[in-house]
Every structure is written in C-alpha cells, then in structure tokens.
Design a protein around this ligand. Structure first.
Ligand SMILES: Nc1nc2c(ncn2[C@@H]2O[C@H](COP(=O)(O)OP(=O)(O)OP(=O)(O)O)[C@@H](O)[C@H]2O)c(=O)[nH]1
Length: 746
C-alpha cells in the first residue's frame, strides 16, 4: 500500500539552506530582470526601500535577520527577556485552566448585548454611531432602540444606549453582557456612573470597560496625561486593577478617531463572555421592536380594551414555553398568547472557510432607528424604501378638488403635518428622578400621584436610590440656589461603591451635573504622583536611548504596542479570574444576609432562642415580612392601581391574594403543610377520606416507633402512651421477622 509522506521542512540554516538561498537569489535576480523591464515596479521597490531607511527600527530588524540566519533559534539575547517570555508562557498555560462550562445552547448564539452608559451629553450616541460605522461601513442618523450588527464569523453584537433614569439602568444591568462606561474626561467622574455600578452589582454584574471622552478639551498635554493617569487609577480602584479604560482623544469630522474606535472594536470582538448562571436558566428577550396588533374595530369601540401586542427580539437564556407568564420591565406580568420563531433579521454569515467578513455579510438591523432593509412581522414582511423614493406632495395641494384620495395617502399627508413625534412629546414629559438641583427638586416635590408611586415602587423593590430620595428631602432647603454647591452623600451605606463617594451638584456649561468626589482622593493622588514620576523616568530612559528617532510614527507604534499589551493584560486579568472588588462586597453582603433566619420568617418566632440579639433583629424582620401583605391589602382596597403591578397578570386588575385574610390563623394553618418542614401528619390526617379502613381512625401517628435495621437505632413515636409490655412484644416480633428474613435471604 502506498502511503503519502510528509515532505521535509526546508532548512533554515546550514550549508543546504545556503544552497537553497542561492537558488532563491537566482530566482530573485530573474524577477529583478523582469522588473527592469517594468519600470513602475522598480519605482515601487525603491519607494519601499526609502521608507525602510526612514524607519530605523525596521532597519534594525532587517540587520538582525541578516546576522542570525535562524532568528527563532536565537530568540533570547537577554535573560530578562527570556524570563519574561517564560512567565508569559506559563501564564498562558494557566489561563486555559478553568472549570469547564457546558454549552447547552443550540443553533446560532444570540447577539451579545453591549450597553453604552454615561451621563448626559458624554457621547454615547456618537460612540455607537462610530462603532456601527466601523463594523458595517454604514452611517446611522439616529440611535434608537437596540442596534444589531454582525461583527465576525461567529459573533453578533447588539448595541443599546442606556437611558439615564433608574428604571432604564436597572433593566440595562439585567440584560447587558458588556457595559461601556463613558466618562467625560474633561469633567471627571459623575454620579451616574457609580449609580449604574451599584445597580449592576445588585442585578448581575456584566463585563465592564471604561471609555474616556472629551479629552480634546485639554490644551495642555501634561495636564491631559496627568488627568488620564488620575482617572485610570480611580477607575481601577473602583472596579479592579487592570480594568480596561479606553481613551477617545477627540473628534475628526464629528466622529471619534478611526484608530481608537478600531482598537475598542477589536477589544469587543475578542472579548469572552462567560454566561451568568441565572441568565442561562431563564428565558429573556431584549425587545428590539414591538407592534400593537389589536384589531382596530376593537380599539375604536373601546379605547381601553385589552390590547394584543407583538414583541420581537432574540430569545436568550433558554427556551420559552408557550403557556408561561412573562414580566415586561416597567409594565408588569402578562400571559403569553403564543411564541413563534421568525427568520433571523441579521443572520450570521455562511460558515465558508475564509478570513474576515465580506462587505455583503456586514449586516445590521436596527428597526427602531428605522434601519435595516427588511422587517419580518408575524404575518408579513416589510421592505424599507428610502424617503426620497416615496414622494407625496405637500398638504393642501391643488389636486384636493379631485376628491378621490386614497386612505394611505391621507395618512401619509397627516403624518407630514405632525410637528412633534411621540418620542419628542414623551421626552418633554420626562421626570428626572436623580437630579438634586433645585429646579429638578421642584419636580421631585410635585405631589403628582403617578410620580410618587413610581418612586415608592423603586424604594420597595430594590432599595436602590432610596438614599437619593431621602437626601433630597434633607437638602431641599440648601438646594434653593442652583449655583450654590451642595454636597450630598449619595450612595447608601449598604451598597457603597468603595470609599466615600460624595455627590457635588453644580452648574457646568449651562447644565446641572453631579460630580462624584472621593473621600480618599488625596491618598490616590500621592500614589499617582509617584507612579507618574516612575513613568516619566522611564520615558526619559527611552528618550535617551535614541532621542532622534522620537518621530510621530514611533509614537503610533508605541501606542499600538501598548494597546497590544493592554489587550493581553486585560485578557489575562479576565481569564485568571481577577476577583473584582465588586465580588468582595458581594461576599460581604451575602455574609450579612446569612443572619436572617428563614425558618423564623416563615413560621414565626421559635421557642428556642439561640441568640437574643439576632432574635430581636428577626422580630423586626418578621414584622416587615408580614406587614406588606396586610398593608398591601388595605392599599389595594383603597384602589391604588400602582400596587397591582405584582399581581399574576397585570392586564387584569384583580388580586386573588386580597380574597383571603392572611392574618387569620386558620388561613395560615391551611398552607402550613405546603412547606417542607410543616406538620405533615396533620395534613395527612386532614386529607384522608372518612370512610377508609378503621386502622387509622384512632389517630395513629404516621411515623410511629420503628427501628432502623441498618444502624440498629431505635426511633420512638410521638405517642408514648403505649404500655411497655406491648412495645416489648412488638420489638420481639420484629426481631423474629428479621431472623426469618435473614434465614431466607442470607
Ligand atoms: N469635543 C468633543 N465633543 C464630543 C466628544 N464626544 C461627544 N462630543 C459631542 O457631545 C455632544 C453629545 O454627544 P452625544 O453622542 O449626543 O451624547 P449622548 O451621551 O448620546 O447624549 P444624550 O443622549 O443626550 O445623553 C455631541 O455634540 C458630540 O459631538 C468628544 O470626545 N469631544
């Protein structure tokens, strides 16, 4: 049988390699001859040579290659470098070790959600636009709703701009796979960032990267460098050492610099997203489009009728069953009428073996921004046609007299005359829950029923931002003058980010902004100063090495190298499970929660008192635990609709819980046996039909006296009234039975 042999590798060094190189040289000469015939090519080569001469680094490299024929064989010239490479290799090895996670997903993975968060006007929309432009080469005019793009052969990304209100932030924290925290570098950290970090801590912590914008506002290079350092260290203190912070140094033609966006995009493209266990076991959808499909005649007869709404989006987590209830964030719980699989509006490219994406495959889908050519509906497919292809004359045109107007035409014409879109109208009626300034304070103090309800709901539900609210009350007098700085302690003790973060409200460039001021700023500053000295000295060393070659090209290369290193450090930190500081505080919280005795919460006060102090705490917990239901009932009876959101189905304003009086002892007893530790014997008795054999009629315990045959341990029943003789008799009987059994089955 013939077997194909693998050909030998050509030699890199030694006499035979020399022979080969001679052959290669001949070939080259031959091509040179050819090139001479083609003067254009020669020009090109000369140009390239010129370039190389200009870049001394490349020359060094080339020289090095000449001296050592096989550079791989002489990789280490210095021990330091060797050591570094060795440690890097072993770190890489370590990185691969992790607890294996089972990938239960089937089919194409849903797009990863990237939430872009930041205070107002920091550049969120611009960053999304720039990233979309980078990935798809398309310009999007507006960022509205989720925006899906294909970023690679196996990856799709969904960009979402995080709304600047607490509810929006809570929702975003729940579905984000990566959060890009935008920080205005020229201003510093603002409270919104820390509020979002706090919310993320409670609602599942996704990956986090920082992005500094507005750096072009610095005119002084030294100051810029210092600020970058300061913000970086602060960011590291708040998240974890090595947390990635990007710099967007300014705008070119109203967009961020291509190179910087490219770097950021590369980070996002290679990032590993470890699934959060809770999310993988629960189905959830980030809705990118919705539609009211209630029959129009039903709406026209009763405007407040039950609506049917179709929601579109990628299903994540696990499969969704048909009959399940769903929670729609900010709306309530509803029944699902049906779930249908639709064609993917933004499919992954074919799995052909080639590198990169073709332009055709760089798809994107943003229905709410009015982009993407096709829209798939439950029962139809829409094709988007650009506005300039749809031409309708202005309202009140001359052909009015004809009197034969199409319904669609009338609709389009009526749309032309609309001044404000629904979104704009909604925007105008925005309620700012965070703001501390006097003008916003007034908003906060409006005794508007709806608003109070929403604030209450947040306080009860998540306890996030509750301190904000209480502080609002305390400082309402101080804040009367918007130009007066006032310091508020904004972050609650229970959920402190780290250190003392104080809020400083001030008017900056015509806007009220909430600066985050840190308690230990001075310590950090000192540290940074020393760090910077080190940096400077190393810079000096570099410059002394080859002072003349400090060209801008080199700077660029250095930056690239730095980025490369950063990417490595970042991935290393990620993979090595760099325990973030958030996790520390999570552990603390968990420990503090351990003191709660669930038994006591469910069954009331126990007779054994392990610890008086904790008992006392639990008592108050008890109160809290049982209170809301009673109170809720009274509130419900008062008819405040806001409290009904947590009932089974929010579309029906009925509350089953209110039908039973949960303060009544009997009602409580009726469900006691539903808990594992409840009194099952009573339940068993209660459940038994009356006409069963007379055996159990005498209230015999279900688990009477018995002997564990394996351990020989004896268990006495509850009922100790039986005389000893009967007990003894039964025991002997059992022993006899056992002996018989042993004899039969040795
Ligand atoms: N000079 C400068 N201007 C910037 C930078 N980033 C954003 N801008 C400008 O800041 C303005 C606000 O940018 P947006 O992208 O709308 O900010 P946003 O965060 O989406 O704003 P909101 O949605 O209102 O919260 C725009 O005019 C941008 O051109 C930057 O790095 N430098």
């Amino acid at each position: 049988m013939e077997q194909s042999q693998k050909s030998h590798r050509s030699r890199q060094s030694g006499p035979s390699a020399k022979k080969k190189s001679d052959v290669a040289k001949k070939k080259r000469d031959h091509t040179d001859d050819k090139n001479q015939r083609n003067p254009k090519d020669k020009e090109k080569r000369d140009l390239a040579d010129d370039k190389n001469q200009r870049n001394p680094r490349d020359k060094k490299k080339r020289d090095g290659d000449k001296n050592q024929r096989n550079p791989k064989a002489f990789a280490f010239n210095s021990t330091v470098k060797a050591k570094r490479l060795q440690s890097r290799a072993s770190e890489k090895e370590q990185r691969r070790l992790h607890i294996p996670t089972i990938d239960r997903t089937t089919g194409e993975p849903a797009p990863y959600v990237i939430v872009v968060h930041g205070p107002p006007q920091v550049g969120k929309s611009l960053l999304i636009k720039s990233l979309v432009k980078h990935y798809t080469k398309h310009n999007i005019p507006d960022v509205r709703g989720p925006l899906t793009i294909v970023s690679g052969k196996q990856r799709r990304l969904q960009f979402v701009e995080c709304p600047n209100d607490i509810n929006g932030m809570i929702d975003a924290a729940k579905y984000a796979d990566l959060a890009l925290l935008l920080i205005d570098g020229s201003y510093g950290f603002e409270m919104e960032t820390f509020e979002f970090l706090n919310i993320m801590q409670v609602h599942g912590f996704p990956k986090v990267m920082g992005v500094l914008t507005h750096l072009d506002k610095f005119k002084d290079v030294k100051k810029l460098k210092k600020t970058k350092q300061r913000l970086k260290h602060r960011f590291w203190t708040e998240i974890y050492d090595g947390a990635k912070l990007f710099y967007l140094s300014g705008l070119i033609h109203g967009k961020y610099v291509k190179r910087e966006v490219h770097n950021l995009a590369r980070f996002i493209s290679v990032m590993k997203f470890h699934p959060l266990s809770w999310r993988t076991s629960h189905p959830y959808i980030l809705v990118d489009r919705f539609e009211d499909v209630t029959p129009p005649d039903k709406v026209s007869t009763n405007k407040k009728c039950d609506r049917n709404v179709t929601l579109y989006g990628y299903l994540r987590g696990c499969n969704m069953k048909k009959g399940t209830k769903v929670h729609i964030a900010g709306v309530g719980d509803y029944n699902v009428a049906g779930v249908t699989g639709l064609p993917d509006p933004c499919p992954l490219p074919s799995a052909a073996k080639k590198k990169g994406l073709r332009d055709k495959e760089k798809l994107f889908y943003a229905p709410m921004s009015g982009l993407g050519d096709l829209l798939y509906d439950k029962d139809a497919v829409y094709i988007n046609i650009n506005d300039h292809f749809v031409q309708f004359s202005k309202n009140g045109d001359e052909n009015d007299g004809s009197g034969t107007r199409d319904v669609g035409e009338v609709l389009v014409k009526s749309l032309q005359s609309t001044k404000y879109s629904v979104d704009e109208k909604l925007n105008n009626s925005f309620i700012n829950l965070f703001s501390q300034s006097s003008n916003n304070n007034n908003q906060g103090k409006i005794t508007n029923g709806d608003e109070n309800n929403s604030i209450e709901a947040i306080e009860e539900g998540d306890n996030v931002g509750s301190d904000d609210e209480s502080e609002d009350d305390d400082d309402s007098e101080e804040d009367n003058n918007p130009h007066e700085k006032s310091t508020l302690k904004a972050v609650g003790d229970g959920q402190k980010v780290k250190g003392d973060i104080q809020e400083e409200v001030e008017v900056h460039e015509g806007r009220t902004r909430r600066r985050a001021v840190f308690g230990n700023e001075n310590e950090l500053d000192d540290q940074e100063a020393t760090d910077e000295d080190d940096d400077d000295s190393s810079d000096d060393d570099d410059s002394s090495d080859d002072a003349e070659s400090a060209s801008s090209e080199e700077d660029e290369e250095d930056e690239e190298e730095e980025e490369e290193q950063d990417l490595e450090v970042y991935l290393k930190a990620e993979n090595a499970g760099n325990a973030s500081k958030w996790k520390e505080s999570l552990i603390e919280r968990t420990i503090s929660r351990k003191n709660i005795n669930l038994m006591q919460l469910v069954y009331g006060k126990s007779e054994t008192k392990p610890d008086e102090e904790s008992d006392h705490e639990n008592e108050s917990d008890d109160d809290e635990f049982f209170k809301p239901k009673g109170e809720g009932n009274t509130k419900l009876k008062k008819g405040s609709e806001g409290n009904l959101v947590n009932t089974d189905d929010s579309s029906k304003f009925t509350n089953n819980a209110s039908e039973k009086d949960w303060k009544d002892v009997e009602t409580i007893e009726s469900i006691r046996d539903r808990f594992v530790t409840g009194d099952w014997s009573k339940a068993a008795r209660r459940d038994q039909p009356a006409d069963m054999d007379g055996e159990n009629d005498d209230d015999a315990p279900v688990f009477g006296e018995f002997e564990d045959l394996e351990t020989g341990e004896k268990h006495e029943g509850d009922d100790n009234n039986e005389p000893d003789s009967i007990v003894e008799e039964r025991r002997l009987k059992k022993l006899a039975l056992r002996a018989k059994f042993d004899a039969q089955y040795p």
